[in-house]
Design a protein around this ligand. Sequence first.
Ligand code: TRP
Length: 343
Amino acid sequence: MGSREEKVRPIVFSGAQPTGQLTLGNYLGALSHWVAMQEDHDALFCVVDLHALTIRQEPEVLREQVLSLAALFLACGIDPEKSTVFVQSHVPAHAELAWLLSTFTQMGELERMTQFKDKALRHRQNVNAGLFTYPVLMAADILLYGTHRVPVGEDQKQHLELARDVALRFNNLYGPTFEIPEPFISKGGARVKDLQEPTKKMSKTAESELARVMLLDDAQAIMKKFKKAVTDSLAHIADDESGQPGVTNLLNIWGAATGRSMEEALAHFSHNQYGKLKVETAEAVIAILEPIGRRYRELNTDRSYLWEVLQAGAAKARERAEGMMVRVMDRIGLPLERQRFRG
Ligand code: TRP
């Protein structure tokens, strides 16, 4: 049998919540890397709708956003022939494994999660148990598939660390079961900052519209936002995150959007004024986002194709997830019911 060379590709898993619209930061910081990784990984990309429920959602809006986020994945270049694209709630094993893992997670560990502390403050009227156990569901997402690498931003690293701890704990008790996932931090990964307050991360929720570029903004809006980006009065282009965060952010964005390094960005702009830096950065971003917007509008009007992709993705994911559930349930001592786990 040995003649056929099957290269085993590392497994990558990542997810995004179907809440609000994605920003340029989500694209340059996450989605663009997913697209690159699908070439040499066994990749799974998930719309994590169950996670979104930790904040109250309008049912019609949520339903719509799950589908449009999946369309956006595809528009950005995630190829369903190469990657498994699916919706979390289509694979019941996510919620099931999350329950099992919650019995291997300590209250104290969850209490330390900074995102929980932040969100509990921001949503004081709804500090539900799901908000608290959110990282356990995320651990289940990752561990279900034997994931090796998880592309995550800075804000999710603590959650990934918890997933590793829980996996190790389980493995120590029951023998090797889960792969221990590694964070995948991309080289030169742009940390896209808020255009109005460039010391902060560009977020979906910033107050000012001018603070963020949305993935589906049109060219005019993008140009306007970059032209109004906050810089400084030093009139000097340098990579100085603490002294000139606005200028550094623009250089970073230009570099990420054109595939150039910071050195190249500095060489390109060194003798220019801020105006040119802003306009060229806007142009580079428009060149990326325009085709994404076009593909998105096409995909989003063909819901039957989208559903086909999501159904095929869910079927693939379910099969893999069931394999892991069988192993985990067996190890813990839950009696396996043959009907369900046949095949
Ligand atoms: N919590 C992640 C976020 O808000 C989304 C997420 C859920 C995720 N499950 C995941 C990311 C598993 C990576 C892997 O960004």
